[in-house]
Design a protein around this ligand. Structure first.
Ligand code: COA
Length: 172
């Protein structure tokens, strides 16, 4: 499991000590409202701890990972993921280039460029390790996340139902 750094940020594997922060982050409607076909805020510490373990398991991969974003002093800011994207029922086969990049920042830390900086660092790390491409999908109403895609220089492809059993805007 690796740690990625950028000018202001550290992306490190989630740890059991981060459970309360994860519950605070993913327990908020404003953070989860645009995620997937049936967005549901996290409600319990047990759920958050299980999610920390799943995030650590993804991060065992040489390229993929789900990292907690902190500043260099260790203050917890959010989550950055890079992993195979779930296909909608009946879609497939999956393509190894269909690796999703995604970001969730705590509302207290919105408006500082942290999502963009973390995504630049994680995608550069993935490209250096041989990943050819990353994609992002956003809920059509999620303008803040679409702005992150634009800041990253991603190309807006358009609406698709190929992923996550819902209709989303695809950027690549
Ligand atoms: C999507 C999300 C991460 C965007 O957060 P964000 O803080 O707006 O995005 P960035 O990190 O790119 O920051 C850009 C903002 O920081 C400002 N900023 C301040 N300092 C900056 C700096 N040094 N560098 C870049 N931007 C900076 C920019 O002006 C911009 O603000 P503006 O939109 O008011 O102009 C956030 O809204 C979120 O966590 N939403 C909930 C989860 C979610 O929907 N995730 C996406 C699922 S697809």
């Amino acid at each position: 499991m690796r740690t990625i750094t950028s000018q202001r940020l550290t992306l490190r594997p989630w740890d059991a000590d981060d459970t309360d922060f994860l519950l605070d982050l993913e327990g908020r409607w404003e953070v989860v409202r645009y995620l997937g076909a049936d967005p549901t805020p996290m409600t319990s510490r047990d759920e958050a701890l299980a999610s920390v373990e799943r995030r650590r398991a993804v991060s065992e991969h040489p390229i993929h990972g789900i990292w907690i974003i902190t500043d260099h002093a260790g203050a917890r800011l959010g989550n950055l993921l890079l992993k195979p994207i779930p296909l909608s029922a009946g879609e497939g086969p999956s393509d190894p280039a269909e690796v999703e990049i995604g970001w969730h920042v705590h509302p207290d830390a919105w408006g500082h460029g942290y999502a963009t900086e973390a995504a630049v660092a994680a995608s550069a790390d993935a490209f250096a390790r041989g990943q050819s491409r990353v994609i992002a999908v956003t809920h059509p109403d999620n303008h803040a996340s679409q702005a992150v895609c634009r800041r990253l220089g991603m190309r807006h492809v358009g609406l698709t139902t190929r992923y996550m059993d819902t209709s989303c805007e695809l950027s690549s």
